[in-house]
Design a protein around this ligand. Structure first.
Ligand SMILES: Nc1nc2c(ncn2[C@@H]2O[C@H](COP(=O)(O)OP(=O)(O)OP(=O)(O)O)[C@@H](O)[C@H]2O)c(=O)[nH]1
Ligand SMILES: [Mg+2]
Length: 324
């Protein structure tokens, strides 16, 4: 099988690179033995970005207004890495684009949009990063700032009836405020379902992609201690202000999107082999893979704050539900 691709989608500043940096940090720390960066320079830039973000968010013992963090992405960035087995390796590659590339106002729209769309087509996994306050504040009035139309358009056009299985992860970020409380977390989940209806219906039983598409909502706290303070409208434009809560930088659930993605991808490998054990043997020469898979799947959580598997639970490698 060729290299497996992941595309991260979302408008400028929504938090794509931050999410990648947090996922990278988590896996580098927890599972470094199983991963190998294909381009150490570019991964180093990602981990430096993480360090800057952390330093900035940690920089105080009391509440401050938080601004900046990491730099906007100025060109297409690719993050190749290998999942190492003892007999074979799986090559993976993340694509991170400047969010402006999917903005309808982009002067080079056709070239950029085409590039993002093509990458989404060849990707087994698409991660749509959602700037949550736009969905939640003012009853979703400013939701077009979350780039829903562009994101859903790319997702829809990335599918072809004979294109095989695909995983779409809807990942709300900048949602620390909403995840502090169960009721808000439910509202967030509801808002994502309400506004991403096109994507969700692609996985429904009336769709040609039914059974081939896994869709999950996985909110993450990429910063943990930085929360939405104010959502103001100035000259018709929404202006968001974030502040630290005074506690330390503490990302939460940032491993979940990568666990879901890897579990899905490993499932795809297995589907092509005659059975589970044969597939494990083929990729990792036995033993070793069991450990990697187990550690990826062990930490996968379902129905945590604001999350939901909308479709394709079996494609994600969860064991069947008890009593079903
Ligand atoms: N509070 C909070 N802030 C976040 C979160 N994710 C990102 N941010 C902030 O948003 C800023 C922009 O995030 P980026 O990751 O650069 O956004 P991007 O989507 O890569 O933007 P482009 O590269 O311009 O397309 C960061 O510097 C962080 O300060 C989050 O989950 N919570
Ligand atoms: Mg970026």
């Amino acid at each position: 099988m060729n290299e497996l691709h992941f595309t991260v989608l979302g408008p400028s500043g929504c938090g794509k690179t931050t999410l990648l940096a947090c996922m990278n940090e988590y896996f580098g720390r927890v599972m470094s033995g199983s991963f190998e960066a294909g381009d150490t320079e570019i991964f180093k830039r990602l981990s430096d970005a993480y360090t800057r973000l952390k330093d900035k968010a940690d920089d105080n013992g009391h509440e401050i207004i938080f601004s900046g963090g990491i730099e906007g992405t100025d060109a297409e960035k690719q993050y190749p890495f290998t999942l190492k087995g003892s007999r074979r390796n799986i090559a993976l590659r993340f694509f991170d684009f400047p969010g402006g590339w999917i903005d309808p106002r982009d002067p080079e729209k056709s070239i950029h949009f085409k590039r993002v769309s093509e990458t989404a087509q060849s990707s087994k996994v698409i991660i749509a990063v959602i700037n949550s306050p736009y969905l939640m504040q003012y009853d979703g009035k400013y939701r077009n700032y979350a780039g829903i139309d562009e994101t859903e358009y790319i997702i829809e056009n990335s599918l072809t009836p004979d294109g095989g299985d695909k995983l779409i992860l809807l990942v709300p970020v900048k949602c620390e405020k909403y995840l502090t409380n169960g009721k808000y977390a439910e509202l967030l989940r509801g808002a994502v379902k309400k506004y991403f209806t096109r994507t969700i219906s692609l996985a429904g039983n009336q769709s040609p992609y039914y059974g081939k598409l896994a869709v999950a909502i996985l909110p993450v706290k990429t910063m943990g201690n930085v929360q939405l303070r104010r959502f103001e409208v100035r000259d018709g434009e929404p202006v968001l202000t974030f502040g630290t809560t005074g506690s330390v930088f503490r990302p939460e659930d940032t491993d979940q999107p990568l666990r879901y993605a890897l579990s899905f991808l490993l499932g795809q490998y297995m589907k092509r082999r005659s059975g589970f054990t044969a597939a494990l043997d083929w990729v990792f020469g036995g033993g070793n893979l069991d450990k990697i898979i187990a550690s990826i799947r062990e930490g996968m959580r379902e129905n945590f704050r604001g999350s939901e598997i909308i479709a394709g639970r079996e494609l994600l490698g969860f064991p069947p539900r008890e009593g079903v």
